[in-house]
Design a protein around this ligand. Structure first.
Ligand SMILES: Cc1ncc(COP(=O)(O)O)c(C=O)c1O
Length: 410
């Protein structure tokens, strides 16, 4: 059998951070779910922006015009990344949390007391807090239950969505347990009652080819610093929806989408970096259009990351004293993020000892606080989370396994 060449096999050279060492050993970065490393092309794009065209927008001079162009092209690139019809559906901001709160304030003005909002126990607080805040405006909040296997209970989802539901906020993938949620079910149920579907795709965007039109999302949020770019938040809003809402805005601001929900001056240099990050991802595949290249590249990346994560999952669970949390890899989609606990050891201690070996993992709840609470994992300091990224190597995984085995005393 001839194996197809792995387009990502040489990608490590693109990331200068991977050259860093600790006590003579390279760092093994498993902290991607908290933010990935950045390729040189992105670093260059940010710095070139400052060198060449640092200016505010809408001026009658070259640097302002180039800044307008950077922002416009960033929206076009993100539209291709998300499968959106066009740049008009892509609003930009500081990060997902900030954009979700902006959306929440806009939605608050469209709700009536007694309207219902459905959130989940699995989600990151960024996809709970902004909607929980709607209770201050008379909304009734309903919470979908998390099952011990780390998946959302579909019966609970269908029971919580009813005729008064106006908003269903659900994650695409869990940043704590790697679960991929049944978004088709969420869409079907929310559509039956005419509710807006808001998808937090922050943890999915680095790992899967996204398609907002196939998901039939009303709103979808993600953050470029999780997919090899700078710290920028992205809000997809279905065509025509922002026009129905009254977001916070200055009277001097453009009232049309996608600008309608953006406030103040954006981080232009970071946006130049986001454009470069999407271009970087597209560079791993061929195709006639940017969208085609992105779909192919992200599909190949998903396969590669799944293979590595599944291999880690199988081997780490075999270490005596280690317990793996979250669903198995038999689900059709599973994010390459694996969380464990080690018997009798606080997760902070496990993460610190791995950190001392140059193996970078996060411990705690990663703001998926409700999920970790419901799973009963708070007393152990939450979980130890390893995220597979594009640049994760077999050697990295082996070092992680050796470290866990040594710490567990196996
Ligand atoms: C699933 C998920 N949603 C939302 C967020 C919040 O993103 P931001 O830091 O851009 O506000 C994160 C960040 O870790 C996340 O993992």
């Amino acid at each position: 059998m001839v194996l197809a060449p792995d387009p990502f096999s040489a990608c490590r050279a693109a990331f200068p951070a991977l050259r860093r060492t600790l006590a003579g050993q390279p760092l093994a970065f498993f902290d991607g779910p908290g933010g990935t490393q950045v390729p040189q092309a992105v670093i260059d794009a940010v710095s070139d922006y400052y060198v060449r065209c640092n200016a505010n927008t809408h001026g009658q001079f070259v640097t302002a015009q180039e800044s307008d162009q950077v922002i416009h092209e960033t929206r076009e690139h993100l539209a291709a990344f998300l499968g959106a019809p066009g740049w008009q559906e892509i609003s930009l901001g500081a990060n997902t949390t900030t954009m979700a709160f902006s959306l929440s304030r806009a939605l608050a003005r469209a709700l009536k007391p007694g309207d219902e909002v459905v959130i989940t126990q699995l989600d990151h607080e960024a996809n709970r807090g902004p909607w929980l805040a709607l209770a201050d405006h008379g909304a009734v909040i309903k919470e979908v239950l998390l099952r011990p296997d780390g998946t959302l209970d579909p019966d609970s989802l269908s029971r919580k969505i009813g005729p008064r539901t106006r908003i269903v906020a659900i994650g695409y993938a869990s940043n704590a347990l790697g679960t991929v949620n049944d978004l088709a079910l969420a869409r079907r149920l929310s559509k039956q009652v005419g509710a807006w579907l808001i998808i937090d795709a922050v943890h999915a965007a680095p790992h899967f080819s996204l398609d907002v039109q196939a998901l039939d999302a009303d709103f979808l949020l993600c953050s470029a610093y999780k997919f090899y770019g700078p710290h920028v938040g992205v809000l997809y809003a279905r065509q025509g929806l922002l026009a129905q809402l009254r977001p916070d805005r200055l009277s001097t601001q453009d009232p049309a989408a996608p600008f309608r929900i953006e406030t103040g001056t954006l981080n232009h240099a970071a946006l130049a970096g986001v454009r470069a990050a999407v271009g970087f991802l597209a560079g791993f595949a061929e195709g006639a259009t940017l969208r085609e290249r992105l779909v192919r590249a992200m599909t190949a990346l998903a396969e590669r990351e799944r293979r590595l994560a599944q291999s880690y999952h199988e081997r780490v669970r075999a270490i005596p004293g280690v317990r793996v949390w979250g669903p198995d890899f038999d689900a059709a989609q599973r994010a390459p993020t694996v969380s464990i606990t080690v018997k009798d050891l606080n997760s902070e201690r496990v993460a610190r000892q791995l950190g001392d070996r140059g193996v970078l993992v996060w411990d705690g709840n990663f703001y998926a606080a409700r999920a970790i609470e419901v799973m009963g994992l708070d007393p152990q300091g939450g979980v130890v989370r390893a995220g597979i990224s594009m640049y994760t190597s077999e050697e990295d995984v082996q070092r992680l396994l050796d470290g866990v085995a040594a710490i567990a005393g196996a």
